[in-house]
Design a binder for this molecule. Structure first.
Ligand code: SAM
Length: 193
């Protein structure tokens, strides 16, 4: 099996050439991760670790019950554990094997569409973290997804190599700030109710 390369490309970076990017664009994100999810690794993991440490220094993050959304192979889970988080739930429909291997935990297999349809109803998290993934959600589903997330947590951290997605207040979240480290943007939001 081919191993996954970079299924995400910073807006302002030199774009890597090659067949993997073409394949990703041709088949779409879901098919890409269905095929390569079990061996997924983020080559920018060091930047994620740095961004999360800086985020905890900059904002009053409550790490008592975290949701790692689109958790990959546990990049955020492992970094937040090192920063003191004890209880982290993970969701990812395609990387259960990679996530379990590195974290020793299970990831629930919900998709963005499931969550937009209410799959997390009744839950409560102190913080949702979504790294390198929100740009993969179909634009038409984003408002519903973001609104549902605002019903289960008061705080949201988004790490992204992209400028998108822009999350307006009408989707249930108020921006509290952003910083950029090694071309990774870290954005903090509070639920706007
Ligand atoms: C670039 S990876 C990011 C993983 C990890 N959070 C990180 O920072 O490395 C994108 C993740 O989104 C997940 N994903 C792709 N399509 C999805 C969908 N429709 N619903 C939920 N997650 C999805 C993939 O399985 C993958 O783990």
């Amino acid at each position: 099996m081919k191993s996954p390369s970079e299924p995400f490309f910073p807006d302002d970076a030199d774009e890597p050439a090659g067949s993997i990017r073409e394949e990703y664009e041709r088949h779409g994100a879901d098919a890409y991760y269905q095929q390569y999810g079990s061996t997924y690794r983020n080559p920018h993991e060091d930047s994620i670790v740095r961004c999360l440490r800086l985020a905890t220094e900059r904002w009053p993050l409550d790490l008592s019950r975290v949701l790692d959304l689109a958790a990959g192979s546990g990049e955020v889970t492992l970094a937040l554990r090192d920063l003191g988080a004890k209880k982290i739930d993970a969701i990812d429909p395609f990387t259960a094997e990679a996530y379990a291997q590195r974290t020793g935990q299970l990831a629930e297999p919900f998709t963005f569409a499931d969550i937009a349809a209410g799959a997390l109803d009744g839950r409560r998290y102190s913080l949702i973290a979504c790294s390198f993934a929100l740009h993969l959600c179909e634009p038409s589903r984003l408002p519903g997804l973001m609104y549902q997330l605002s019903l289960v947590a008061d705080s949201l951290l988004v790490l992204t190599p992209h400028k998108r997605p822009h999350i307006p207040r009408e989707w249930g979240w108020e921006s509290e700030g952003e910083f950029v480290v090694e071309r990774v943007r870290t954005r903090f939001y509070r639920a706007a109710r």
